[in-house]
Write a protein that binds this ligand. Structure first.
Ligand SMILES: NC(=O)c1ccc[n+]([C@@H]2O[C@H](COP(=O)([O-])OP(=O)(O)OC[C@H]3O[C@@H](n4cnc5c(N)ncnc54)[C@H](O)[C@@H]3O)[C@@H](O)[C@H]2O)c1
Length: 398
């Protein structure tokens, strides 16, 4: 087995895969399409971040590829459908940087409520601005969380520990943690929250979710944070509210258009405004998160290779699997049409092979059957399974 890891992944990726006997090659940057195709010959595992584009053409020309690890949150850089129909599993790290985002959010809630960055800037400019005006404790104030997912829920728990009263609005049915209260609508939340923080996901329907109307419904003197996605908020409307002083401050980490490279210039309606904290999409960027991502994705790749486990794969049916119970494990990815399971089992029976354990999962057009068998497997049996009309990929783990 050979792995190619691009884009300076955390060293844990090399050590975890290497410890499993995989021959790991690493490269610093991303590769373009042709370079990637050449580099993938004879390679089973590919590790990337967000810059390497794994297109249909790359997949078509990488016959040895078995799995891709996106060592980040997003997977837009991979043609997931094209990977799935070629039997290439893709994994990412959906929540390895959750805590980092939550900690930055909490730090900013306190900083905005104390007008900390204004005091800091004044003192750096040589002005001793000692005053309690406009500075508050967060204890006893109401935090309104919009989007109660991985980040929203963890923020909810930690904010309560600071003495905040937490309300949330989520478009899906969610369990309230601690004393947090679920509200029925965004408007209801805006009426009561002293701090409004967005943690919704990046689905298309969330474009422009928060604009002049929503800012207009926020309580006078409240503060606003967005560490979710840039396109969710109308920042020109936020600028107007900050300039009138109705919104007392804002922290923004994500923007509709973000510079591509470190050091590139940055333009925004929000630059230079009072009590507005701007950060360059670093909510999830900590060394701890990088390490957690390195570990999480490498473990997923390792478990897929060794046991066929597809748990949390973003493009294959999900099955959580431990080490096999029998001598061999047959891992069969196929087109999801009636009769595939019966066909596999008929073939096994015809070859006198007894099934120790079997699991099936489906996802849209794909089916995934994992079968543990105790006895040896004839070559012809594997060939018969491999040449079934519906077979996409057969792997034998022994
Ligand atoms: N700033 C950063 O560096 C950084 C890092 C990680 C994640 N993020 C972003 O943070 C956001 C949240 O991440 P997560 O892991 O908690 O996601 P998640 O998928 O676990 O949670 C999102 C929640 O938002 C809810 N939701 C979606 N649309 C909604 C709407 N219109 N109104 C109310 N609720 C809605 C969903 O039901 C879900 O519960 C994502 O947009 C992610 O891209 C940013």
């Amino acid at each position: 087995m050979r792995a190619l890891l691009l884009e300076n992944l955390h060293p844990l990726a090399t050590s975890i895969l290497g410890a499993d006997g995989i021959d790991v090659a690493t490269r610093g940057g991303a590769l373009d399409e042709d370079e990637l195709i050449a580099a993938l010959q004879g390679v089973q595992l590919l590790g990337i971040r967000s810059k390497t584009q794994v297109t249909e053409r790359v997949l078509e020309n990488a016959p040895d590829l078995v799995a891709i690890g996106a060592y980040c949150i997003g997977t837009n850089q991979i043609d997931l459908g094209a990977a799935a129909v070629r039997g290439v599993a893709a994994f990412n790290a959906p929540f390895s940087n959750t805590r980092s985002v939550v900690e930055l959010t909490l730090a900013e809630i306190i900083a905005l409520t104390r007008r900390l960055t204004e005091r800091d800037r004044a003192l750096h400019a040589g002005i001793w601005d000692k005053s309690a005006d406009g500075a508050h404790e967060v204890r006893g104030r109401t935090l309104g969380i919009v989007g109660y997912g991985n980040i929203g829920t963890q923020l909810s728990v930690l904010a309560e520990a600071l003495g905040m009263s937490v309300v949330f609005y989520d478009s899906a049915e969610k369990l309230s943690l601690g004393n947090a209260r679920r509200l029925e609508s965004l408007d209801e939340l805006l009426e009561v929250a002293d701090v409004v923080t967005l943690h919704v996901d990046g689905r298309g329907g969330n474009a422009g979710l928060f604009g002049a109307r929503q800012f207009g419904r926020m309580r006078p003197g409240s503060v606003f944070l967005n560490l979710s996605r840039g396109f969710v908020v109308d920042y020109a409307a936020l600028r107007d509210e900050i300039l009138t002083g109705r919104i007392a401050g804002a922290a923004v980490d994500v923007f509709p258009e973000e510079p591509k490279r470190r050091g590139d210039p940055f333009e925004s309606d929000l630059r230079g405004l009072p009590n507005v904290i701007l950060t360059p999409h670093v909510g999830g960027s900590t060394e701890e998160a990088q390490e957690a991502i390195g570990q999480f994705v490498s473990n997923k790749l390792r478990d897929y290779l060794a046991h066929g486990s597809t748990m949390l794969s973003v493009n294959l049916p999900n099955l959580a699997l431990d080490a096999r119970t029998g001598a061999h494990r047959l891992v069969h990815l196929h087109r999801n049409t009636p009769g595939v399971l019966a066909g596999i089992n008929r073939t096994l029976a015809e070859h006198d092979v007894n099934i120790d354990a079997q699991l099936l999962a489906t996802r849209g057009d794909l089916g995934y059957v994992v079968t543990d068998v105790g006895s040896g497997l004839a070559l012809e049996l594997c060939e018969e399974l491999e040449t079934m009309d519906q077979t996409i990929r057969l792997r034998l783990l022994s």
